[in-house]
Design a protein around this ligand. Structure first.
Ligand SMILES: *Cc1c(COP(=O)(O)O)cnc(C)c1O
Length: 312
């Protein structure tokens, strides 16, 4: 037994909502939404699952300090800082780019939960796994566990495979989620029922590299790749955090009909990819599709201006 507060509950309650969109209805396609955005008020969405076992391992070790990486609006940094605060762990965030005059709201929150912020140049950030760089961080902060950017380390498959047990996955022909590092999709692949297809939507330009990264994560977790998953490489809309008019309109329509908000960096693009598949006639009439809302609505605070400029 350790003296730290219990981590994250074993089975969180995550609702499934049916989304009645005219275009899907007309095509006879049933669309459901898995509300991972509701899993925890602050450790949002897929990050809850990504952090679950990683932080359990930290708590079980002698060193209760965790260092990780992210941008100014990073959902991972936000979730990690709050989880660390709740679980009595020290956190350090290595943040891409020089310290700005005014911190983003994400970083204000993170600092408020006790995360130490270490700003580094974009060039240094690109070389963040460099041994000398990490050694200097150890000189400054002492011993720490290093969690990769986005939280996709050795525990990611173990945590994210639990997402598929939150609903009856075998009832769906297609399950779709956005991909940053691909860690979440790797977890879904690990527990995918036969006959269900998975679609990952990389939000970065040139997301082909994820095929290899995902296979590596599966191999590290000792999981045989069952196949039945693909990446939709053309819904990045120009790259990470880039927004197209089509994306802004798709999100607006989704929210008007469902009453549920999306954000444009991840879940918005996953929905856009599904809508495009529907319009290309690639979703069969009578089929059931699950879109996973991976959360991260806090990041919307950094995107509202860009988003509103795209709408008439
Ligand atoms: C981090 C994040 C993702 C990407 O998850 P990966 O496991 O890195 O692919 C998707 N959606 C949201 C909202 C996120 O915050």
């Amino acid at each position: 037994m350790n003296n730290f507060p219990a981590a994250l509950p074993q089975s969180p309650h995550v609702p499934v909502t049916t989304v009645d969109l005219p275009a899907f209805k007309k095509a006879g396609v049933h669309l459901d939404l898995l509300r991972l955005d509701l899993v925890h008020p602050l450790i949002s969405g897929n990050k809850w699952f990504k952090l679950k076992y990683a932080l359990e391992a930290v708590r079980a070790s002698d060193c209760h300090r965790v260092l990780s990486f992210g941008g100014a609006w990073s959902n991972h940094i936000h979730a990690l800082s709050n989880a660390g605060y709740e679980q009595g762990l020290e956190t350090i965030g290595v943040i891409r780019g020089e310290r700005p005059a005014q911190l983003s709201q994400t970083l204000v929150d993170a600092a408020g939960w006790g995360m130490a912020l270490e700003f580094v140049s974009r060039a240094q950030y690109r070389n963040k796994s460099d041994q000398q760089f990490i050694a200097r961080l150890h000189d400054k902060y002492g011993d720490f566990h290093c969690l990769p950017e986005g939280g996709s380390g050795e525990w990611v498959v173990a945590g994210c495979r639990e997402i598929l047990s939150l609903f009856n996955a075998a009832d769906y022909q297609l399950i779709c989620c956005a991909c940053g590092t691909g860690g979440t999709l790797a977890g879904l692949i690990a527990d995918k029922p036969e006959g269900v297809d998975l679609l990952g939507v990389p939000v970065l330009k040139g997301g082909e590299f994820l095929y290899q990264d995902i296979r590596r994560l599966l191999a590290q977790a000792g999981v045989n790749d069952p196949g039945g998953w693909t990446l939709e490489l053309d819904s990045h809309e120009g790259g990470y955090a880039r927004v197209s008019v089509e994306l802004a309109l798709a999100m607006k329509c989704f929210t008007e009909y469902s009453g549920i908000g999306l954000e444009p960096v991840y879940s918005g693009k996953a929905f856009l990819a599904l809508q495009r598949k529907l319009l290309r006639g690639e979703l069969r009439p009578g089929s059931r599709v699950m879109l996973i809302h991976t959360g991260g609505m806090q990041g919307l605070r950094g995107m509202e201006d860009i988003l509103s400029k795209k709408l008439p």
